[in-house]
Ligand binder design. Structure first.
Ligand code: HEC
Ligand code: HEC
Ligand code: HEC
Ligand code: HEC
Length: 190
């Protein structure tokens, strides 16, 4: 009787079946990789802003305390983005002609707030509160990276659930030795 398939065909079929069986696994692996990738978590993303506000300039160089602008970070869930009036405490006198600051002056004149693009954003169902973390001694930089060196604000952490849990399982080493007492802001509005 004529042989339709050569014996080696068996091996080919076996390999093909094996590949087929492994395909879903590869798919899951790929999906998990994508979910954790920078593309989806947004890690290192730098959104464009209405004004190229530089943390490097204002914190490291000018020396303004984080809490002068993010006033609520120690006492509430949200850190808060400063209103235009906060910028104008200085920019009504400093750099008053700068082209870059035109949207700030317009916002102040019209009362229409600046629309900053969120950099770090958790899904709506996640409960996160800044105050407890700051009170327990987790530094801003542990979660937000070296904001004081950023010209434009960038998302530092992946903000995935795994990231939260990774610290919660053993927060000790990531806390500053002693939670710092509140320091009065360096500049106060008169
Ligand atoms: C002069 C005011 C000012 C000071 C001081 C300041 N910030 Fe900000 N911060 C802003 C403004 C305005 C934004 C929104 C624009 C942007 O994202 O860059 C912002 C955004 C941020 C964001 C991103 C918010 C988001 O959308 O996720 C983080 C994180 C942040 N600031 C941390 C800090 C830290 C840490 C310090 C101290 C080292 C600091 N800021 C000091 C004004 C300030
Ligand atoms: C405590 C004073 C102070 C406050 C408050 C302040 N700035 Fe400034 N800002 C400065 C100084 C000082 C400079 C630098 C001028 C220079 O380069 O000599 C500056 C420069 C700038 C510049 C242009 C230069 C650069 O490289 O960034 C922008 C844009 C700017 N500020 C935006 C803002 C915005 C937006 C706010 C409010 C969220 C704000 N500033 C709040 C003091 C302040
Ligand atoms: C334990 C990690 C963690 C620490 C510590 C932390 N942040 Fe955040 N921060 C986040 C997360 C997560 C978000 C996104 C929150 C959301 O989308 O609900 C965020 C959002 C922000 C925002 C934008 C939105 C808002 O109003 O909450 C600012 C501004 C900010 N952080 C500033 C700070 C400053 C300043 C400090 C230090 C005093 C600080 N953060 C400490 C994790 C942290
Ligand atoms: C670098 C460490 C660190 C990271 C990252 C972190 N946490 Fe925490 N978290 C803490 C510490 C420390 C406490 C206080 C624990 C205690 O007092 O027992 C805490 C407490 C909490 C609490 C309980 C207190 C409350 O507000 O009810 C919640 C909820 C929480 N974290 C949510 C989150 C979420 C959501 C994320 C991620 C988006 C996150 N945490 C990321 C360290 C961290």
């Amino acid at each position: 009787m004529a042989q339709i398939f050569r014996p080696s065909a068996n091996t080919v079929v076996r390999l093909a079946l094996l590949a087929l069986a492994l395909l879903p696994l590869a798919g899951v692996g790929l999906a998990m990789g994508v979910v954790r990738s920078e593309y989806l978590t947004g890690r290192d993303r730098t959104p464009t802003q209405p004004v190229p506000f530089s943390h490097a300039h204002h914190t490291a160089e000018v020396g303004i305390d984080c809490r002068y602008c993010h006033t609520a970070v120690e006492v509430s869930a949200r850190a808060g983005i400063p209103p235009t009036a906060t910028c104008m405490t200085c920019h009504s006198q400093l750099w008053t002609d700068a082209e870059m600051l035109e949207p700030v002056r317009r916002s102040f004149a019209t009362g229409e707030r600046l629309r900053w693009t969120p950099v770090n954003r958790l899904p709506g169902y996640v409960y996160f509160d800044h105050s407890i973390h700051v009170a327990k001694g987790v530094a801003c930089t542990t979660c937000h990276g070296g904001v004081g060196a950023m010209r434009l604000t960038r998302q530092h952490a992946p903000l995935t659930m795994g990231w939260c849990l990774d610290c919660h399982r053993n927060p000790g080493p990531r806390l500053s030795r002693r939670s710092r007492p509140p320091v009065p802001p360096r500049f106060t509005r008169s």
